[in-house]
Design a protein around this ligand. Structure first.
Ligand SMILES: *[C@@H]1O[C@H](CO)[C@@H](O)[C@H](O)[C@H]1NC(C)=O
Length: 315
């Protein structure tokens, strides 16, 4: 193939432009998505008729909330699929009659309040601020299907207050963007807004899926090419043995496979379905090509030896 210099320059510039364009697109797209996901919040309030209106003077943060209610802002900040845990942080905002006193920085409770988020309970005594809480809830899902695995978690949020332990009116706002996962949330409150069920489902984001599938395709392509090379050395160069570079390439690839496999983003330990579909086969094919090369070398070495002895040369 004879290409003119201009075409070479054009091709190289195009190649560079595609790579730079792709990187810029990923960066911009990522920023937009992060912003969008951070703003995306799921609120539990659908019916305010049961809430006690509050008209007194409250702190500034409660201006938008003219009810006696405690708001819980739940951020989904982490996924620990190895231990089946979804990590959430909760920030509480008491408003209306639940605020005892406040300054420019903090609100202090007017009532004793207790909260339960899934299995974890915490109490907040009257006169003190409601400090944020970190909790973990059970995450259900099968990581075996990586990268097409999906997870879901369902948990309840409830509160009680006052000397008679009355049910606490709450609103729950869920948001978050744990790295590598896209989130969908459903919050369901009972009619009195005293209990909220939060249901979170997670799946891997499109870039993670893309990278995982590209890496898997590359693993298949490299192993198939190695097999093809091993196969054709028997036929195309019948009278010559496998060349050293082929052997080195195959052996190197064989040992590189687990590393390449672990480059899949956020991947679980080896053994999942993707490994049964890709890694196992790639290692098998590469081992076969290495063996084929070795047998080829042995075969030719033996033949050379036979030829040499037939001619009566010293070996
Ligand atoms: C909060 O609870 C403590 C101890 O349980 C009790 O002594 C106190 O009176 C309660 N405060 C209010 C405002 O109910």
């Amino acid at each position: 193939m004879h290409l003119s210099r201009k075409i070479h320059i054009l091709l190289v510039s195009l190649f560079v432009a595609i790579i730079v364009g792709g990187l810029v697109a990923i960066k911009v797209g990522n920023e937009q998505k992060t912003a969008k996901r951070r703003n995306k919040a799921f609120s539990s309030i659908t019916d305010t008729s049961s809430l006690m209106p509050f008209t007194g003077k409250g702190p500034e943060v409660c201006e938008e909330i003219p009810f006696s209610i405690v708001s819980v802002f739940v951020e989904v900040y982490g996924v620990d699929f190895q231990n089946s845990l979804l990590k959430v942080s909760s920030v509480f905002l008491p408003c209306g009659s639940f605020v005892g006193s406040f300054d420019s920085m903090e609100l202090f409770l007017g009532q004793n309040i207790s909260f339960s988020i899934d299995a974890q309970a915490s109490t907040f005594p009257a006169g003190q601020a409601m400090t944020p809480k970190l909790s973990s809830v059970y995450l259900n899902g099968d990581v075996n299907n990586y990268p097409l695995d999906q997870f879901d978690a369902i948990f309840m949020i409830r509160g009680r207050y006052g000397p008679t332990n009355s049910e606490l009116p709450i609103q729950v706002v869920v948001y978050g963007a744990p790295l590598g996962y896209s989130l969908s949330v459903e919050t369901t409150a009972n009619q009195q807004n005293t209990a909220v069920a939060v249901s979170v489902s997670l799946r891997r984001t499109a870039p993670i899926l893309g990278f995982a599938f590209i890496i898997m395709a590359l693993m298949w392509a490299m192993s198939l090419l190695a097999v093809a090379v091993a196969y054709f050395t028997w036929f195309i160069k019948k009278d010559r043995k496998s060349e050293l570079p082929y052997i080195i390439f195959s052996v190197t690839l064989l040992f590189a496979m687990p590393t390449i496999r672990n480059a899949m983003p956020n991947a679980p330990p080896i053994g999942v379905l993707a490994d049964q579909m890709v890694t196992g086969w790639a290692m098998l094919l590469l081992s076969l090509s290495v063996i084929s090369h070795f047998v080829n070398v042995l075969y030719h070495t033996y033949r050379d030896w036979v030829v040499a002895t037939e001619h009566g040369d010293a070996v």
